[in-house]
Design a protein around this ligand. Structure first.
Ligand code: CMC
Length: 430
């Protein structure tokens, strides 16, 4: 047996050598692709806890060590030194841009921020209190009706324009959804502003008076977008890959990713954290809620705790926690009690055996909602903020998959546990 192979020993001495793939870093991967064809058996892995669904050179996570790298660059360095737009270039193109490349890329994104006027009519059709995530996925899905002449995924120019449109227009769509919710007029983008400033302008400006953008707010947003930009094969990214593997148009695939992100076990957790902190209300109630989270007969979970991959700490949570201090100090906000409550809950959970034994640590969403709230962004928009940051990850993975010559439609198999064959019974005889 070669060193890079696993031996699978089946019944009656039926053996097979399975090749092993070695990545740049991270665990080895056993290749089971030939298993069914040669041995007639499937592998079983609900939730894909031990399954690599693809090869990728975009993002690396080491869950034990709390490492997250985009294209090899540690997220801590990018958070300290880079900007969201530069990170977008890095994720999409694989390398840090030169100044000229960055200027060109940023200029392109700024010039695609407007929506086709017809798309604004969609918003008139939604109920005034529609959830912004519902509007986001619907309107992004509708982009395939507006830009259908430039979405041939085999055409590199079409792939580029799709990427630019998604990145540039998502903030415009998101802000329009918010304006509908609060009954204010839609605010057009301003191309003299950077990505985060422009979003704040579209969210908070009104036609009646000038709006001044707070630099602390745009800095905090930019950081949050960097931290959310990609996270390898998470649920929403895998949804995008799976939908697009059928050669479905990329806007539909991104709309699918947005829907998957909305779930409270994924991106919807940031909204759920704030609802939970409000429900707990006071530090004296923490013990009661921690007990509820530990009770197997109670469906309550501590939102913002635990992660499928991070089993030591979430590096994004550490960075956000620091930014949380800065934002609350500099904006002089009154949300400090909520932040204090969050920190106290964190301490109680970190010292509790149940959470320690299961390696449940605060994740990225535990603190992000507190920052959003301090910036005046309503709870219903929290997951939309996550979607804006993650949009570049979805697009980068879509581009990687669609240009892979070995691309196959994603089609998992199953372990059938239903009835064996039986004969139809006439209705009178049942
Ligand atoms: N509160 C209480 N118990 C928990 C929690 C929690 N937040 N998370 C996991 N557990 C327990 C779970 O009950 C199980 O216990 P036992 O072994 O006794 O049955 C054990 O920990 C392992 O949990 P799991 O559900 O098998 O773990 P998973 O990897 O399938 O789930 C998770 C990961 C993130 C879905 C889960 O930890 C969770 O629901 N957390 C709360 C929601 C949340 O904050 N999600 C945001 C994730 S970060 C943002 C993103 O990347 O999307």
């Amino acid at each position: 047996m070669s060193q890079d192979a696993y031996r699978l020993i089946g019944p009656r001495g039926n053996e097979m050598e399975l090749p092993v793939h070695r990545g740049t870093t991270g665990p080895d991967v056993i290749d089971v692709a030939r298993l069914y064809r040669e041995k007639g058996v499937f592998t079983y892995d609900p939730g894909f806890v031990s399954t690599a669904s693809c090869k990728s050179d975009i993002t690396f996570i080491d869950g034990e060590e709390g490492v997250l790298m985009y294209r090899g660059y540690p997220v801590e360095q990018l958070a300290a030194k880079s900007s969201f737009i530069e990170v977008c270039h890095l994720l999409l193109h694989g390398s840090l841009p030169t100044q000229a490349e960055l200027d060109d890329f940023e200029n392109t994104i700024r010039r695609h921020t407007m929506l086709n006027e017809g798309m604004l009519n969609f918003f008139k059709g939604f109920r005034y209190d529609a959830h912004p995530m519902a509007m986001l996925s619907a309107v992004v899905g509708s982009m395939s009706a507006y830009y259908h002449d430039e979405m041939d995924s085999s055409n590199p120019d079409h792939r580029d324009i799709f990427a630019h449109r998604i990145l540039a227009k998502l903030p415009t769509i998101a802000a329009a959804a918010y304006k509908l919710n609060i009954g204010q007029p839609f605010i057009y983008p301003r191309n003299d502003l950077n990505y985060s400033e422009n979003f704040l302008h579209m969210m908070f400006a009104v036609p009646a008076e000038p709006y001044e953008i707070d630099p602390v707010a745009s800095e905090a947003l930019d950081l949050l977008f960097i931290l959310h930009a990609d996270h390898e094969q998470n649920c929403s990214t895998s949804t995008v890959r799976m939908a697009a593997s059928s050669q479905a148009n990329p806007y539909s695939a991104i709309a699918g990713g947005i829907s998957a992100l909305w779930g409270p076990a994924h991106g919807g957790a940031n909204e759920a954290v704030l609802r939970m902190l409000n429900e707990i209300g006071d530090a004296s109630q923490i013990g009661k809620y921690v007990d509820k989270a530990k009770d197997k007969n109670d469906p309550f979970r501590l939102m913002g705790f635990g992660h499928r991959v991070y089993k030591n700490f979430d590096p994004r949570a550490t960075i956000i926690r620091e930014m949380c201090h800065k934002v609350l100090d500099q904006l002089d906000r009154e949300d400090t009690p909520l932040f204090d409550l969050a920190r106290e809950l964190e301490q109680v959970a970190l010292h509790d055996d149940y959470f320690k034994e299961r390696n449940l640590y605060p994740n990225v969403d535990f603190y992000s909602g507190i920052i959003y709230k301090a910036l005046g962004i309503p709870t219903s928009m929290f997951t939309v903020m996550f979607a804006m940051g993650r949009s570049v990850g979805w697009v980068a993975h879509w581009r990687e998959m669609i240009t892979d010559p070995q691309i196959k439609i994603a089609r998992p198999r199953q372990l059938y546990i239903g009835e064996p064959k039986r004969d139809y019974v006439d209705i009178a005889k049942r």
